[in-house]
Write a protein that binds this ligand. Sequence first.
Ligand SMILES: Cc1ncc(COP(=O)(O)O)c(C=O)c1O
Length: 391
Amino acid sequence: MKVTTAVDKLRRAGVEVIDFGAGEPDFPTPGPAKAAAHKAIDENFTKYTANAGIAELKRAICDRYRADYGVEYSEAEVIVSAGGKQALYNTALSLFGSGDEVITHAPYWPTLTEQVKLADATPIVVHTSAADGFTIRPQAILDAITPRTRGIIINSPCNPTGALISEADLEAIAEVTARRRIWLVIDLCYEQLIYEAVPHNLPGVVARTCRDLAVICGSASKRYSMTGWRCGWTIGPAALVAACGAIQSHSTSNVASITQKAALAALTGSQEPVRLMLQEYRIRRDRLYEWLTADSRVRCFKPAGAFYMFVDVSQALGGHGLRSTTEFAEALLEEQKVAVTPGEAFDAPGFLRISYATSMENLREGSRRLLDFVGAHAPRQSAVSSLHSSV
Ligand SMILES: Cc1ncc(COP(=O)(O)O)c(C=O)c1O
């Protein structure tokens, strides 16, 4: 959000900026969703709805998860909220409180830990490592459990790394959380944006292993390119959903009636737009990877999901120059007019998040400028010193 504000400011001043900061798809919302919204307005479907969402939409969410994952949930086990963000927030406020510890993994989307703090609980962060492809290892999560642990939040595909947790690894966590009566929240906001046909039926895993303590948070934002419409959902035990409903009822009430009709059309219509967006992201990911890895001072790996490349630029830091990726990002914007999100935002110093939810031309030109910038700040090792280091 901060990066977007800086970019907006520069653009208003007439400066052309290449924006790799955006955490949202650059595609238009699919036509059927837009048409359903127009129809809702024309038919005056513009009043309050049921707080937890219209029955057809809750039904459509249950049907979507049944079709995608084979899980059975009823309407009483679903609440529609203003984006995945509110779905996760209602969940955090319902489940966590003072004295509780909630485990999650880093690099992370910062809202996850901030929401835990807003609930007056303490986030416990387990770090994954670049050398391991940022894989979430169940043992590391389980080792962080204490008698105060009330919940575990897993985000897969992960923002910012694009890493996935495997079904077996989530199951290893779920077996323990079921036994120790700990809530397991899975943030699936990027769930349809997975590049290879790897098994990723996380709802299936939690539904069969720890259903009475499992919460699934999803969203229309990324999968249907509907970030501005604000539609997400929480699926879980009816009592939890009722608690989320009470919080929502006294804070924001229902998601905009028009948005609900649009999301209904997106969920029940053809899923082809999602496939087409994924196909385009895959091409961009591969090209960007190829361009960036042409310079050995920049290290990255291909993300398995979402639309971010998480890039190690630590070789361009230190000495008398840039001290952090926040400084790197500021200087990159200043000198090269390229906006990226610094790793410190995700508890991952030394890294940058590059969003490839932008055009191929921007990716080509932006990666060229980024490498120029790295070249200026991280002089290449001489032949002799690289020989020494390989010895
Ligand atoms: C990991 C993760 N979860 C949830 C969300 C929430 O998205 P929204 O509130 O737009 O549905 C985001 C948004 O960037 C995200 O990155």
